[in-house]
Design a protein around this ligand. Structure first.
Ligand code: PLP
Length: 403
């Protein structure tokens, strides 16, 4: 077989569909978030980032940076091993305690990313419980789908956020088999939020465990940043709360929180936890400082909410169509992969605004979009510039305005 031609052919298919991904070469400017230098060939230009998942700017918060510097000076660069073989640093232990406290659980377990935490925890739990059926929301993230697939357990999909359909699916499974309901709180592409209390009620009725991904909610929702489950007062009803340290907490890593027995079980049996080097101590220290800060400070959360509402209002005034949802994610729907890429290229080239086009397979074909994430550090001028740019592009291209 001509392997290289095979690879090139597949890549050409992606290009023709408009789904080939081009990464923006960015250099974040510390202390000047959300600004970054964009390296484009030989040119370097300052751009404003409007699609970052460093939702609260904690990746450049002084408290976090100081903690990381101190840990780097105390412990050096890497952790030096897997958690089992010399790699458990005291910062990991402190961070796991902090996470358990954040979510009000007995225990927590750290992973190298949110992706790995979903993959490892879901695959281990579903594979180990004899005859387990995973009941999974149809819009769950790729990392959850991979974890479930890897477990080889039976999987049943329920309609997105549809509690009646979930109940019908749980009922049909029968009382004797272990069941695990897997879902998210804030869905990252549409920005809608799951009815967590209702899902828990149905799961309790049918004796199912619940696994929630709060990746796009931790740090931002709830009085202490414990996510939507904290905000809704339902954290104690969930069997597993999974989250990331890479988005609102601004650093890197993933985790699960739950009972001591469950976390110890995953710690003891999950390959993707056991056989990989632990996070660098400075990363754990930064995440620890970030969580502690956001437990006490609501300033970042409040400012983010206010910025989100201003962006939505100005988009409405300009007639730029966007999904109305209760979260911080503002999806501006374009509905065509080629147009979506052209619009984002134009934003970058003409307006020095960086928004990554979101195309298939991240979202269904026909719903291609700009996913805008306003943060506490976007200024009024930034917002006016963004909305003005979109408005001009909409006009030039004759795109449909919202009523
Ligand atoms: N879960 C969801 C819903 C996500 O959107 C993502 C990443 O964007 C992840 C998990 C993975 O988290 P991480 O980026 O920490 O690997």
């Amino acid at each position: 077989m001509d392997y290289q031609s095979f690879f090139k052919g597949k890549l050409n298919d992606l290009r023709e569909e408009g789904n080939y991904r081009v990464f923006a070469d960015l250099e974040r400017q510390n202390g000047n978030f959300p600004h970054a230098n964009h390296h484009d060939g030989s040119a370097v230009r300052d751009v404003t980032v409007w699609c970052s998942n460093d939702y609260l700017g904690m990746g450049q918060n002084q408290v976090v940076l100081d903690a990381m510097r101190e840990a780097l000076d105390r412990c050096g660069a890497g952790s030096g091993g897997t958690r089992n073989i010399s790699g458990t640093n005291h910062y990991h232990v402190l961070l796991e305690r902090e996470l358990a406290d954040l979510h009000g659980t007995e225990s927590a377990l750290l992973f190298t990313s949110g992706y790995v935490s979903n993959m490892a925890a879901l695959s281990t739990l579903a594979a180990s419980l004899p005859g387990c059926v995973v009941v999974s929301d149809e819009l769950n993230h790729a990392s959850m789908i991979e974890g479930i697939r890897h477990s080889r357990a039976d999987k049943v999909i329920f309609k997105h956020n549809d509690v009646a359909d979930l109940e019908a699916k749980l009922k049909a499974i029968g009382p004797d088999r272990p069941k695990l309901v897997a879902f998210e709180s804030v869905y990252s592409m549409d920005g809608d939020i799951a009815p967590i209390a209702e899902i828990c009620a149905v799961a309790e009725k049918y004796g199912a465990m619940t696994y929630i991904d709060e990746v796009h909610a931790v740090g931002m929702y709830g009085q202490r940043g414990g996510g939507v489950s904290e905000q809704d007062g339902v954290a104690s009803r969930l069997t597993v709360i999974e989250g990331t340290l890479a988005k609102a907490f601004g650093v890197m890593g993933g985790y699960i929180c739950g009972s001591t027995a469950l976390c110890d079980f995953v710690r003891s049996f999950a390959s993707a936890f056991i056989f990989t080097t632990a996070l660098p101590p400075a990363v754990a220290a930064g995440a620890l400082a970030s969580i502690r800060h956001l437990k006490r400070s609501s300033a970042e959360r409040l400012r983010q909410k206010e910025r989100v509402s201003v962006v939505r209002r100005k988009l409405d005034e300009a007639g730029i169509p966007h999904y109305d949802n209760p979260s911080h994610i503002v999806p501006v729907i374009v509905g065509d992969p080629v147009k979506c890429k052209e619009i984002t290229d134009q934003l970058m080239d003409e307006y020095r605004i960086y928004v990554q086009p979101i195309n298939y397979p991240t979202v269904p074909k026909g719903t291609e979009r700009l996913r805008i994430t306003p943060g506490p550090l976007h200024t009024d001028d930034d917002i006016d510039h963004l909305v003005g740019a979109l408005s001009s592009i909409w006009k030039k291209r004759g795109l449909v305005r919202a009523a």
